[in-house]
Design a protein around this ligand. Structure first.
Ligand code: SAM
Length: 303
């Protein structure tokens, strides 16, 4: 199970890599971006990598065994500010490549995909308390419909939540295929269009992994770590993620321009590296379908 890193050339270009610098890969996955950054570093350079998934962390450990420039942290990226070797104002560049890796989606046992049958799980870190199975079989109907609406923008959220709560009185919903079947039964399934289970599966995954709060907190931690000239790059895959990144980056850029008018204010300031988001080229989209929805945004600390 492989994972092709998206927007790799664009990330390397925007990161403006210093050979002896210290970089953070907040979402190691299978290390495609980390390995490319390492190739641009000399022996003084360092890459600290985070992932909450133990399978990704096992791959990271095998990389760090052969390369002493790599440090591995099995942790949520929102916790990056808690590590003593990641001091505020000392990091040259940080990358977030959000969402799931291909191995997570492709492994039916992780329960992320509605395309194959597997246990209903969806935890990025299987040590976390609540699996999708536990949640679907215990949450109040109203909570389920709110999650499907809020994180999936699913118009049939109420109907789907009702069907789920009725079905689980008969027997618990334990597999991805049984949940997908219930959802498909609530909406009109047109084979030429997107599978009706897509939005609900996205919503449940976001809820189970608390993904949007993680992004908000992860960005705040990362911003504090950047040194002068350091850059923060974020690749997102859907509008809910991208909205958080876009608004926070624009706010920071605005605050910097406002405080520049008042010379007495010497607070850390940030500017947008590119005013617009960057998307994958046609060539990359052809080779790697995951890149079709990828959006890259970046800021630089400039004071
Ligand atoms: C799209 S993949 C990254 C792929 C990677 N850039 C590569 O080239 O192989 C996203 C990874 O981020 C991890 N992840 C997602 N949210 C996280 C969080 N809040 N904290 C730590 N890791 C997270 C996932 O477990 C997954 O392995």
């Amino acid at each position: 199970m492989v994972h092709a890193p998206v927007l790799l050339a664009e990330v390397l270009n925007l990161m403006n890599i210093e050979p002896g610098g210290h970089y953070v890969d907040a979402t190691f996955g299978r290390g495609g971006h980390s390995k490319a950054i390492l190739k641009n570093l000399d022996s003084n350079g360092r890459v600290t990598v985070f992932d909450r998934d133990p399978e990704a962390i096992a791959v990271a450990h095998s990389l760090s065994k052969d390369d002493c420039r790599v440090r591995v942290r099995h942790s949520q990226f929102s916790m990056m500010g808690q590590y003593a070797d990641l001091a505020a104002g000392e990091i040259d560049g940080i990358l977030f490549d959000l969402g799931l890796s291909s191995p997570q989606i492709d492994d039916r046992n992780r329960g992320f995909s509605f395309k194959v049958d597997g246990p209903l799980d969806m935890r990025m870190d299987p040590a976390n308390d609540m699996s999708a199975r536990e949640w679907i079989n215990s949450a109040p109907e109203r909570e389920i419909s709110d999650v499907l609406w809020k994180y999936g923008e699913e118009r049939a959220s109420r109907k789907i939540a009702k069907v789920i709560t009725e079905q689980r009185k008969v027997a618990p919903i334990t597999s991805t295929s049984s949940l997908a079947k219930l959802i498909r039964g609530c909406t009109r399934f047109n084979r030429s269009k997107i599978d009706p289970a897509t939005k609900s599966f996205q919503a449940i995954r976001i809820h189970i992994n608390n993904e949007l709060v993680e992004i908000e907190n992860g960005l705040e931690s990362a911003i504090k770590l950047l040194k002068l000239g350091g850059r923060l790059l974020v690749i997102s895959f859907h509008s809910l993620e991208d909205r958080i990144v876009k608004h926070r980056f624009r706010d920071l850029d605005y605050i910097a321009r406002e405080s520049a008018k008042d010379n007495s204010q010497q607070i850390p300031s940030f500017r947008l590296v590119k005013p617009r988001l960057i998307r994958a080229s046609m060539d990359e989209k052809k080779i790697n379908p995951r890149s079709r929805s990828a959006r890259l945004r970046s800021i630089e600390r400039c004071l």
